[in-house]
Write a protein that binds this ligand. Structure first.
Ligand SMILES: Cc1ncc(COP(=O)(O)O)c(C=O)c1O
Length: 415
């Protein structure tokens, strides 16, 4: 209950409260989503929103920043410790802004970046022609190995030697395997160019010790804070000390104005949470859950890109089931299972339709679901797709979804 919004703005309150019900009563399998703690929410919804603090701790363009300096310093020190980084900038408003600032720090417009395309698991901000990245920089791409659907570092090296990029980027939105930081670092250093990692999806797995750290192999690392890391919407940039000044300048004044101090405080809370022993258990469970989900889906005849997962996500090729990604997303939403359609490598469908769905376990792991629940969810997904034209079975599945949700209450402290 938000009593003040409730009494002042019932129209808005009603939509907010319906969204809470939706989150409570659906199985959230969108790989980039999570449920933040009430502590993180408290920081986000606080009076820190009121302050302007352009600049950095000790060097602000506004007065009255002594407490904001303490808050930002806490966030910086925690981020550095969590990821074993020499430098941290905690101001980026979002992952795309963090990538914009990182490119700006490392390159001049028009210079060349080696990355992977969106349909192969990359992100819009890794060179898509409809994004600032593709408009301002010259991108060349390596692909996944056609057989294994994994990154082949030898092929990346070949493309890098041929194309001579000014920056090599290792980062993915839909790659279910470990990111090869060490090999990318070696290739970049052989070419004497910086190596950047975008760990937006797997930051929580790195912090929790179930995925290798990009340092010391990479020079600059960007991440969102709201996916596996389970913090507020936002991002950070970590780097080696020699890039620190350039990164800070590229964030402010290069690409942003005043920082969102309330979000920086919320990032600090989330980093402290990620330092607790329980977060290590959480990260382990995310991966165990993803593996259990993957194994059961394969038993049901689904084809998984790369044949499984090492991380929090599973990329399902739906072609053997004769349904598109868009159709599957819509039909699963009907039974309150929340997923997103996703391109698969070499997808014959357009991005609006796709042949795949991407599933992830961070959010449901936060709710306390375990491997046996994941197997049950795989059964429900399979049943939904098989019986997609049978409304009676679909409504029965929806009841089963609600029963499972009830066993794992979300935000019981919020009435
Ligand atoms: C690898 C990667 N980088 C960057 C981003 C961008 O984050 P944001 O949506 O905060 O701009 C995402 C988000 O999905 C991502 O997956």
């Amino acid at each position: 209950m938000l009593p003040n919004i409730h009494s002042f703005d019932p129209e808005l309150y009603s939509a907010m409260s319906s969204e809470l019900d939706r989150q409570r009563n659906s199985l959230e399998l969108i790989a980039s989503e999570n449920f933040i703690s009430i502590r993180v929410m408290e920081a986000m919804g606080s009076w820190l929103n009121n302050k302007y603090s352009e600049g950095y701790p000790g060097r602000r363009y506004y007065g009255g920043n002594q407490y904001i300096d303490m808050i930002e310093t806490l966030a910086i020190e925690r981020a550095k410790k969590l990821f074993n980084a020499e430098h941290a900038n905690v101001q980026p408003h979002a992952g795309t802004q963090a990538n914009m600032a990182a490119y700006m720090a490392l390159l001049k417009p028009g210079q060349k970046i080696l990355s992977i395309e969106l349909p192969q698991g990359g992100h819009l901000s890794h060179g898509s022609p409809v994004n600032f990245s593709g408009m301002l920089y010259s991108f060349v791409f390596y692909g996944l190995d056609k057989e294994t659907e994994r990154i082949d570092p030898d092929n990346v090296r070949k493309v890098a030697e041929r194309e001579k990029p000014d920056l090599i980027l290792c980062g993915y939105s839909a790659y279910p395997r470990q990111f090869p930081f060490e090999e990318f670092g070696e290739i970049a250093h052989e070419l004497d160019v910086p190596c950047m990692a975008d760990v937006a999806h797997i930051a929580g797995l790195i912090a929790g010790g179930v995925h290798p750290n990009p340092f010391p192999h990479c020079d600059v690392v960007t991440t969102t804070t709201h996916k596996t890391l389970r913090g507020p919407k936002g991002a950070i940039i970590l780097s080696k000390e020699r890039y620190a000044q350039r990164i800070d300048k590229a964030v402010f004044p290069g690409s942003q104005g005043g920082p969102f101090d309330q979000m920086i405080a919320a990032k600090a809370v989330a980093f402290k949470e990620a330092m607790q022993p329980s977060f290590k258990e959480y990260a382990k469970q995310i991966v165990k859950n993803a593996k259990a989900l993957a194994a059961r889906l394969m038993e049901h005849g689904f084809r998984l890109v790369s044949g499984g997962t090492d991380t929090h996500l599973v990329l399902v090729d739906l072609r053997p089931k004769h349904i598109t990604g868009r159709e599957a997303e819509i039909i699963l939403e009907k039974v309150d299972i929340s997923v997103n359609r996703n391109m698969i490598p070499g997808d014959p469908q357009k991005p609006w339709i796709t042949s795949g769905i991407r599933l992830g376990t961070p959010a449901l792991t936060t709710r306390g679901l375990k491997e046996n629940d994941m197997e049950y969810i795989a059964d429900l997904i399979n049943k939904t797709i098989i019986h997609r034209d049978d409304n009676k079975t679909l409504s029965h599945i929806k009841e089963e979804v609600h029963e499972l949700c009830k066993l794992h209450p979300l935000y019981p402290e919020i009435r």
